[in-house]
Ligand binder design. Sequence first.
Ligand code: FE
Ligand code: CA
Length: 526
Amino acid sequence: MTLHTSRRTLLTGLGATALVAPAIAKGLVSWKGNPFSLGVAAGAPAADGFVLWTRLAPEPLAEDGGIAGPSRAIGYEIATDDSMHHIVQRGTALAESEWGYSVHKSIKGLKPGRPYWYRFTSGSASSAIGRAQTLPPHGADKLRFAYFSCSHYEYGYFSAYRHAAYEDPDFGIFLGDYIYEYAEKHPDKHPTVRTHSGGKECETLAEYRARYTQYRLDPNLQFLHQMVPALLTWDDHEVQNDYADKWGEDFQDPAAFLKRRAAAYKAYYEFMPLKPVFSQPHGPNMRLYDRYDFGDLMRLDLIDGRQYRSREACYDHQKAIGQRGGGHVETRGSCPELFEADRSMIGMKQEKWLFDGLATSKARWNVVGNDVTMARLRQKNKDGELGWYTDGWDGYPASRARLMQHVADSKPSNFVAITGDIHSYWANDLKTDFDDPKAPTIGSELIGTSITSYGVPYDVFAQILPDNPHIKFFESRKRGYVSVELTRERMTAKFQTVSDVTDPAATLSTLKTFVVDDGNPGPVEA
Ligand code: FE
Ligand code: CA
């Protein structure tokens, strides 16, 4: 069977606005503005359902979204066709005042492996029609998905999101840096095309909410969420650059930092199509890491590389030299802490969860959606010595070694990491021991570039490629995303790139295509 049934006729088009019909009866809510100004989204798919999301905001740029008072019940409808003629479910969903009038409606009782369409209604207002999708059944043999990371609003237009939507993948996977918390015109040498909200770095709930609102009013991002169901994990900028658990990069008191993290996580939950209850935050804690089985074709483990990680190695050392506490290059001599066995990238509890899932998986493809570079990346410190960058998996070498060895021992079929963060494309072999040239390749890593965020310096990184023979490809000068087609025999990953992030009409091309063949770890250029 194929998942890819006909569903193109919807394409209401970018910039489609909600239908606001005249009030048809007395007593209906009448809205001054469009309450569905932030659009719709689907996510958290299951074989028999998904989560539908919207957030009421008739005046999205007002601090309260133009809405106050108690929670509101709104209507929803689910159909098997894109013109909403064949309704299979309808009911009410709650826009909860304590969650910013966001809706997270968990839908069950649908058929596996097919698209559905949905809309919300409130009084005289209807939302745009969105597309959702259930997970495929056992035996599914084809899947298409795209993955994204690092969409900095100021550095460009989100044309990559638009092109991804027009490619019509079954699912879109967000790997972090969905927003950037930075102040307006964060000072650096890169040109900006538009300006972040608020005039300061996000720290409070109101500031994070305003930032998500700004991003969700972007027509390309809103269109992507309308057309493509989302699977999500985060990286650092959803809270603060290079944070680790309760340690911020600016050496803020951990208790104060946790208050900021609580605000950031709450806003994230409020704006994303995440599972209610399961992912609803409790103060600074929020369960995001999760597992999705696409029949027996793919198991996707979306891991959380920020909330539970050990503090960045030699954090205090950075403070002593007046540097920020985030990622920096350390060497074996400068930072013995780096190699301590009890340090973890994802926390021991999540490691066990991930390892159990890999050991018991019956899936042909075992994909980990991950925020930061998993492969060893020898890079130079300011003295030209090769070392370990403390913010990536290189900063947690014992944790990575446990994962690589577990993959080698438990042999999940076709282990592939898909990764964001580093604003560049990479195709890497994953190895049990990156220091032993004879060590086996046990998996593959395919890193997508950024949607808009400027790349790491090309010349600096091109120079260290000879020190990293497990790296098959690197390109940091292009922005875009990765588009994947998966069959039982092969994973085909297209590195999709946009012509110019400063051009709102940027075009799309394929920079490179890498394949991983079943049973043959390591990406190969097609
Ligand atoms: Fe980023
Ligand atoms: Ca990042």
